[in-house]
Design a binder for this molecule. Structure first.
Ligand code: SAM
Length: 271
């Protein structure tokens, strides 16, 4: 596994420094890297998606364990390092992992095909929420996501109704997945150390997948939560067919996932 000294040397010998705009905080704690892979349960032969391999600190142990890794990296200097160290032992996609905010890059989609895939990654903070939401909502073949992310984002993923963190991503997660906070990571696990704590999180889709109109869910949640302190009667309008038992005077921030799904179904009857 790459030591911190090695990671620094890989950059220094190419005249590089960590790029803040790409969220380059390299995870150099070997126990945590192993724990992330162990928690993912990936086995020899499994298809793994890694977003942002950087110098390959996580990619290399995944490849050594016999996983077939698809790694997508936006920084061409990092791509050169991965290519030099792993060659064709990894499928490297050079470019942005996202196609806009709401879709994965077509190159990733093509590389995965219809195969079951597991996300294992130390995610760049700028794209973390979009990547996790896209994979969960649009790729039922993604069997799990095992990631390190900002602690605050982790809190939102695992939030419950009633708190400030309860919002569209928490609702989506609670409808479609089980979210587990595996560990809390201090800034010192990364180089350079970020200003905030991080979290290791496991997101495992509920099986069988609940029947939800995915195309309608996201805009509906947006409508509800962009006015989270207003009453749902005022947000959805007087003519909205409120299901019995859901008081129009409730606020979005206290609605349970089951109530939100009832409201979504009622909204569907209006068209
Ligand atoms: N995997 C390495 C590790 O654990 O030390 C590096 C992780 S670092 C937090 C995030 C990586 O994601 C960086 O290498 C960065 O260049 C890359 N990255 C940032 N934005 C990206 C994007 N939109 N698409 C693909 N890679 C991206």
């Amino acid at each position: 596994m790459q030591s911190l000294t090695e990671i620094k040397a890989l950059l220094a010998e190419r005249g590089l420094r960590p790029r803040h705009r790409f969220g380059q905080n390299f995870l150099h704690d070997h126990n945590l890297l192993n724990r992330l892979i162990d928690r993912s349960g990936v086995q020899r032969g499994d298809l793994v998606l890694e977003i942002g391999p950087g110098t390959g600190a996580l990619t290399e142990p995944l490849v050594e364990r016999g996983c077939r890794v698809i790694a997508c990296e936006i920084d061409r200097d990092m791509c050169a390092i991965v290519r030099q160290r792993l060659g064709d032992r990894v499928t490297l996609i050079e470019g942005d992992c996202l196609d806009g905010k709401h879709a994965m890059s077509p190159a990733i989609v093509a590389a995965i095909g219809d195969e079951p895939v597991t996300l294992v990654a130390n995610l760049p903070y700028q794209v973390a929420t979009s990547v996790m939401a896209n994979l969960l909502c649009d790729y039922p073949s993604c069997r799990g996501q095992y990631v390190t992310i900002q602690r605050e984002v982790g809190d939102r993923l695992a939030a419950l109704p009633g708190g400030d963190a309860w919002g569209p991503i928490s609702v989506t997660m609670s409808i479609l997945a089980r979210v587990e906070m595996v560990a809390s990571l201090p800034p010192s696990c990364f180089w350079p150390a970020p200003e905030v704590r991080s979290a290791m999180v496991a997101i495992e889709p509920i099986q069988p997948r609940p029947e939800v109109d995915m195309a309608a869910l996201s805009p509906f949640l947006h409508t509800l939560f962009c006015k989270r302190r207003k009453q749902i009667g005022s947000i959805l309008g007087r003519s909205f067919p409120f299901p019995s038992g859901i008081d129009p005077m409730l606020r979005p921030e206290v609605l349970t996932p089951a109530q939100i799904l009832q409201l979504l179904a009622a909204a569907g009857t209006m068209e």
